[in-house]
Design a protein around this ligand. Structure first.
Ligand code: BGC
Ligand code: BGC
Length: 833
């Protein structure tokens, strides 16, 4: 098939200008003839089933048995039923159940083992007790491809030990604008480094092609993602548009793909993003013309999470265009059933040609055969799975992760040679990152956004504090933990650990590079300690470079620790001297992303230019450097105003420029400037009460005596676009307390989208079932509102609570989130046409 160049400026593709490649595996005649034989026996239903991947939150083994689905995935928030924090045996049992279903032909079809995929992006990060490696932006700083290879190998072993043989990694993105919240998933802004690492990590995960190790029982299928341009989107917007030339797309953003293919990568995931306005999931020229035909990729091209639904003319349940563009398997987490039915009809009608279907299924079967799935048997029977307790989080695995932490630390400043620290002194360890393993790990850690966790969720892991304390104690010194910096004994030196809180897709996008604008808590602590004459070492936990010139000035030494993962002791290894006074480990890390001079310097030091950075790509001091860093400019280049995206109501008050409005049963509206307040007809009353601080919550009382509905709502200063969040399973979360509602309560919670536009869900019954008088974080999936008719791309009232029955509740905050104590149900969306 030759692909004609696409019409229109900036979207024309010239496959012949892309690197020519081929699979490192010569066609295996035995496998290819086995595929042909199997294909000849498969019905159209069997074939279409192979081309669909459903999420374990929305699909059961019975569904797999019935629909002959080729694959399932566990998304970031999808766990074995009833197991929010799964251990190896629970993943094994689930994987076994799906495997059994796929091999059971009692309801027809052929026995074809199902592929089970998961995001193991910094170690096997959905498994409790696993080894968690530094996130990729940290690994970039190590400049150590062999280490990257070994991390891939260990990740593969821990996956296999839990009965899973496919990861959605590595991310080969080359982020150019780190306002993008997924920047930490990328190794570097430098395509050369990404290309070098691509081969290394694929080799570690899959083993070397042509050797017996390749895809053996200790290795897994790797996925190069997200093809292509995910790190090049305009303004760093997640799922946005990469407005770059074909040359830049090829030389910068695609740099990792040819080496990954050469190293034998078996799956490529297509990006959510667009290239010059064309959604990648519908781009025939790039998928079929470049990736498959020119670069010789012979494995599976996988779609991203309902990304096909964004192709013009498509929905999540229907997208012939994506298959026709060359995608072989679509990730249809909650939409698989509709997609199955529609795709089947389209194949039967010839809208998707049978030759295309056969190509897709051939590739899927090829990967399954290369992995030896037809012979391997139960996932739990794998040799590593059988001894999972020894394999997962084992001492050698953790030692590797700890080495990766040491190698990734980047020293930006070390005035007065405050580092290395003599461990025989009295050392204060402060900051909210000091003893916070969740914060060390960031997103894609046990939960999708990495939120809602405590240290207890990380058995076997070590916080930064625990590592420091152990070594200081062993050396005969003393260490004191005081998160807020208020020490008991005046320290000889303070180590302040602070930085970004966990986030993942779209939740992490920023308008500029200011660190925590409007909240100077960490800066104040650094200044206060220094003001007391204590030498201060700042340890910054972050997924990406941010503008922290004020914090750098306020500290004597400044260490970027990135998101180091589960082995926090790697930080003590480098910051402290050995007990005998030697320097055991020097700094090794060099910036793999340039560091910005102001909060608006984007992109910085990127291929596209952007002016002189504060610290250039490749910067990183060692203990051999004895210079002094002079004071840096404290001009952020932008007003440091607070206001967090996705937070609508906080500590009992509307977010900046939002308004609280009451609508009485008689339709009259009242803007609430101060509390208490009420509608003139008395149908709804709002007052103040205490949640964690004085008057940091609001009570709402519906009198229920009037004949109509009264509403409280939050009005946004400008319409909000939460379409992506809706697609991504984000919740509207409110911390609330039900004091009195009747079993027949008529409450609805919804959102508004302009005059006459809204979507709301009945919640009265579920609210009345909640424990009364108890504060709870209650979430409602955004897709409930979409399914109830709201236009999620222009929300002007992100929260509306209506009722005509009497009741009393209290709320303290309303925001977008992904973790809740209770998630309310809405009418099911999985079965919609
Ligand atoms: C992300 C992918 C991920 C997939 C499955 C998507 O939203 O973009 O990187 O592999 O979800 O969790
Ligand atoms: C899933 C993630 C997925 C995201 C899509 C979440 O619910 O858990 O794996 O990437 O939705 O945006």
């Amino acid at each position: 098939m030759t692909v004609p160049a696409m019409a229109g400026d900036g979207t024309v593709v010239h496959p012949e200008r892309w690197p020519k490649g081929q699979s490192p595996l010569p066609p295996d005649p035995a496998i290819e003839s086995r595929i042909r034989a199997l294909l000849a026996k498969m019905s159209v239903e069997d074939k279409v089933g192979q081309m669909i991947q459903a999420d374990i939150k929305y699909v059961t083994p019975d569904d797999v048995r019935e629909y002959r689905l080729g694959s399932v995935l566990a998304g970031g928030n999808s766990k074995p039923p009833g197991q929010p924090f799964p251990v190896a045996s629970q993943w094994q049992a689930l994987s076994d159940a799906f495997y059994h279903a796929s091999m059971d032909t009692s309801r027809g079809g052929l026995a074809i083992p199902v592929l089970f995929g998961i995001d193991a992006v910094h170690g096997h990060n959905n498994l409790v007790g696993s080894t968690l490696f530094p996130q990729n932006s940290a690994l970039g700083a190590t400049r150590d491809p062999q280490l990257i290879h070994d991390i891939g190998e260990v990740t593969a072993r821990e996956l296999r030990a839990s009965g899973i043989s496919w990861t959605f990694a590595p991310t080969l993105t080359v982020p150019q604008d780190v306002r993008w919240g997924r920047s930490y998933e990328g190794y570097s802004q430098n395509p050369v480094l990404v290309a070098e690492y691509a081969a290394a990590v694929v080799g570690g995960l899959e083993g070397k092609p042509g050797t017996p190790a390749f895809l053996d029982a200790g290795h897994v299928i790797a996925t190069a993602k997200h093809f292509v341009g995910d790190g090049g989107t305009h303004n760093g917007k997640d799922q946005g548009d990469a407005q770059v030339s074909e040359e830049t797309l090829r030389d910068v953003h695609a740099a990792g793909y040819a080496p990954a293919i050469k190293a034998g990568v078996q799956v490529v995931m297509v990006s959510f993003s667009s290239w010059n306005g064309v959604k990648m999931a519908g781009n025939t020229a790039l998928i079929t013309g470049v990736l498959k035909e020119r670069m010789g990729f012979d494995g599976i091209v996988l779609g991203d999470w309902n990304a096909h639904g964004q192709v013009p003319g498509c929905t999540n349940e229907d997208c012939a265009a994506a298959y026709n563009a060359g995608l072989d398997m679509l990730e249809a987490p909650d939409s698989w059933k509709g997609l199955y039915k529609n795709t089947l009809a389209e194949v039967k009608a010839g809208v998707i040609p049978m030759s295309r279907v056969d190509d897709a299924v051939t590739r899927i079967l090829r990967v399954k055969m290369r992995l030896g799935m037809f012979e391997a048997g139960l996932p739990s029977a794998n040799a590593l799975a059988v001894r999972s307790a020894e394999v997962i989080g084992s001492p050698p695995h953790r030692a590797l992760a700890r080495r990766a932490v040491r190698e990734s630390l980047v020293l930006l400043k070390n005035n007065r040679e405050v580092l290395p620290i003599d461990p025989r002194k009295h050392i204060l360890v402060a900051g909210d990152g000091a003893d916070n393993i969740s914060k060390q790990n960031g997103g894609w850690t046990l939960t999708w956004q990495g939120t809602g966790l405590t240290n207890a969720n990380f058995p076997g892991a070590t916080s930064v504090w625990a590592g420091l304390q152990a070594q200081v104690k062993a050396a005969g010194g003393s260490a004191e933990l005081a998160v807020d910096g208020d020490y008991k004994q005046k320290p000889d030196v303070a180590i302040v650990v602070f930085g970004e809180d966990p986030y993942a897709e779209f939740q992490g996008d920023l308008p500029n590079l200011a660190y925590r604008p409007g909240n100077d808590r960490d800066l104040d602590m650094l200044r206060k300690l220094r003001g007391q004459g204590v030498p201060v070492v700042a340890v910054f936990l972050t997924g990406r470079p941010l503008w922290v010139n004020r914090e750098i000035n306020a500290a004597d030494a400044f260490v970027v620790a990135w998101l180091p993962g589960s082995e926090g002791e790697g930080i003590a290894d480098v910051l402290l001297r050995a007990p005998d006074g030697r320097v055991a480990h020097d700094f090794h890390g060099k910036l793999a992303y340039a560091w910005p001079r102001s909060a608006v310097q984007v992109p910085v030091g990127a291929a596209a230019g952007g002016g002189r950075p504060q610290f250039p790509y490749g910067f990183g001091l060692t203990y051999a450097d004895h210079g002094t860093t002079s004071t840096l400019s404290e001009d952020a280049g932008v007003a440091l105003s607070s206001g967090q995206a996705g937070v609508y109501f906080t500590r009992g008050k509307p977010a900046r420029d939002f308004v609280v409005r009451l609508i009485g049963a008689n339709g009259k509206t009242t803007n609430v400037a101060a509390v208490p307040a009420a509608t003139p007809d008395g149908s709804l009353h709002i007052g103040a009460l205490d949640y964690k601080a004085q008057e940091d919550a609001r009570s709402l009382t519906w009198s229920g005596t009037s004949a109509g509905t009264a509403t409280v709502e939050l009005v946004a200063p400008a319409p909000l676009d939460v379409d992506r969040e809706t697609n991504g399973d984000v919740l509207l979360v409110t911390t609330l307390k039900v004091d009195a509602v009747s079993p027949g309560d008529t409450s609805t919670i919804g959102v508004g989208c302009g005059e006459g536009c809204s979507g709301s869900v009945p919640v009265g019954q579920q609210l009345s079932a909640l424990p009364q008088g108890q504060w709870l974080r209650v979430g409602i999936p955004l897709k409930c509102f979409r399914d109830a008719g709201a236009n999620m791309s222009r929300i002007d009232r992100p929260f509306e609570w209506s009722s005509h029955s009497g009741g009393q509740v209290a709320i303290t905050d309303v925001s977008l989130g992904t973790v809740a104590d209770r998630t309310l149900a809405c009418p099911s969306h999985g079965d919609k046409p």
